[in-house]
Design a protein around this ligand. Structure first.
Ligand code: VGL
Ligand code: ZN
Length: 201
């Protein structure tokens, strides 16, 4: 059992990011047994859920003529345009049925503002609008976080970089993550995490 000052953060293990989903990550469901085992080992357990309204600006379908996986410019910087995914209340936005969510202490939903995407569990993509997770972890005395889930190179990496910036000790259990890997995004993400002092284990 890990000490009370360490949290496990399970990122976006939702149907749409698993095989058969609308933004499926290869092998996304293969990490679930390892995550279920880890959930039993942590005193503080947080699950995140990507949770978009249907008119969300990160969806290519809401930009006439734009192709999925193309880049656009948002007021807060470049943004990948994704296939429609994780629409609030849909089966695709639900946690994968094999993920054992009952031990979770907190579910953080993110990406619910139409005009701004939110990869990180801590801040939306403007890097300043908070989700509230920092305050939750601090008020529970958490000093170190372990990240697992989907996708390694987007939501997991953004969460890891923000956690490091906020002063938490941060590790990512790579075997319990899977990547989208758009144009080398996985290698770039690992490089950034290592530079930020994130432990890739
Ligand atoms: C994610 C793309 C769009 C993720 C979420 O969970 O990594 N990726 N929305
Ligand atoms: Zn999303």
């Amino acid at each position: 059992m890990h000490p009370e000052n360490e949290a496990l953060i399970v990122v976006d293990v939702q149907n749409d990011f698993c095989p058969g989903g609308l933004l499926a990550v290869a092998g996304g469901d293969a990490i679930i047994p390892e995550i279920n085992a880890m959930l039993r080992q942590y005193a503080v357990r947080v699950l995140t859920q990507d949770w978009h309204p249907a008119d969300h600006k990160s969806f290519a379908a809401n930009h006439p003529g734009a192709a999925p996986f193309s880049l656009t410019e948002m007021p807060y910087g470049p943004q990948v345009l994704w296939p429609v995914h994780c629409v609030q209340g849909t089966e695709g936005a639900a946690f994968h049925p094999r993920l054992e969510t009952d031990p979770g202490d907190l579910v953080i939903r993110k990406g619910f503002r139409s005009a701004i995407d939110s990869y990180s569990a801590f801040f939306e993509n403007d890097r300043v609008t908070p989700t509230g997770l920092e305050g939750y972890l601090r008020s529970r005395g958490v000093e170190a976080v372990m990240l697992v889930g989907l996708a390694t190179d987007f939501c997991v990496t953004y969460s890891a970089l923000d956690a490091a910036r906020l002063g938490f000790r941060v590790a990512v259990k790579m075997s319990a993550c899977r990547a989208i890997d758009l144009d080398g995004s996985l290698a770039a993400a690992c490089q950034q995490m290592m530079q930020a002092g994130v432990d890739l284990i």
